[in-house]
Write a protein that binds this ligand. Sequence first.
Ligand code: ZN
Length: 539
Amino acid sequence: MSLSLTFHGAAGTVTGSCFRLSTPNGDVLIDCGMFQGTKTIRELNYRPFPFDPSSIAAVLLTHAHIDHSGLLPKLTRLGFRGRIFATGGTVDLLEYMLPDSGYIQEGEVERLNRRNRQRGRPPVQAIYTQDDAIRSLRRLRRVEYDRWTDILPGLRARFWQAGHILGSASIEIEALDGFGGGAAEPTRILFSGDLGPGGKSFHADAEGPERPDWMVLETTYGDRDRTDLDEAGRQAVLRAEVSTALAAGGVLLIPVFAVERTQELLYDLDCLFDGGQLPAVDVFLDSPLADAVTGVFRRHLDDLETDGDPFTRANFHHVRSVPESQRLNTLSGGAIIMAASGMCDAGRIRHHLKNRLWRPQDTVLLVGYQAPGTLGRLLQEGTPRVRIHGEEIAVKAKVRSIDVYSGHADRSTLLDWVEARHGVGHGLFLVHGEEAARASIRQALLDKGWPAERIAQPALDDRVDLAAPRPLVPADRHPRLGPADLAAGLDWHNHYAEALLALRRTLDAAPDDAARERILAGVMGALDTNEKAGKGTQP
Ligand SMILES: [Zn+2]
């Protein structure tokens, strides 16, 4: 087979973006992302790659988000020796994001192995370390937007503005099929990467070439239309929330994502302070990663669609050391603290929440998507008590959510982007979306007159022959996980945690110890019956 494409991630799931383009002169990867979500899905990160990393000639990277770049250190650790091509913005972001990810992997495995030792289980190895991440950075090569870059003999690539985050790109690839020279037309493949919503403060709207032979389209919000506000509308929503929080006399705590969201908030606050729409209260950015990433944005001011430097003000304070962070505990009101992580599942935000959730005068403002099972989601759903670092905390602070910041194109913006490409020569692959999102985009395209046989929804590890375009069915299928494993929003680990919490709640609510003993006897009886039933079915 002279030209084929294999979907090693973001197929049947949103995360783990990784596509392998096989050509006669070598294989290249488009993205090499980490799987995120349930433990079942994350377990894929620990397994071997379904290809030999040393056989990969090059990687083309759409953007720096970890679900697109997060397994590059693992790829390098396992023998990849080629170049990683990315825009300057992406390269500069990765310099901080990959080592940070390595640090997180090391920490997670350390905690896991402590538990494994206690349970008499063998230790596991980190997916990669901070050192692996630093080594992988040496393989990065900068490319310019809108210009062809030679990748391999007979294969070149062009990066287009995707308007998603700093440095984000859609990647157009031109591959000569036989490489025998002569008049053969090259095959053109366009990978959308993640597409922005348009109308962002920092980036131009997404662009792209016309009528590629093949298109690989993200569909994250393929089943949702949002009412996107313009800059002034968005800032008005933020202003109202900040004013109310300050009027309550407490501190406003904003859990933030380090890349893009932090900088958008700083930008909006800067505008509101400048315009006198908010009093210039102190804003503490308490996240070393968000701080470093803001530094990258500052270095790329020329690439951003802003005037001046919106990230530097007398009342913006960058909190670096742990003692500095701890000193924020004594603030009683009239200030904003921004800390990572955005879903409250790690990082310094957990210390601040532990310190403030019980104070009725304080406010927590959620500004991004909160995944099921995260502390951020529990707060959003109005849970009255939470557990942080093993301590139970009553939630008395006000918890607010706003949905005016988005990094992703919604359904109609995705469809507009496809429309602007004027169709495809051979076929379109829908990826990077839950099944409902992919189905919704597919239906919309059918309604617009696209032939059904031009649209495919590849499954994990499907390989498609691009040299023999029709029919558009996988030439090869070796899935590492089945569709049910990928689609499940929650796996048994989540349900186990829920069951333990429910048991604890029931025991706490019981009137006396005798009642608690009866409840436990009932649970043990059910387990016993289950065990006997299990034995009964064995021959
Ligand atoms: Zn992204």
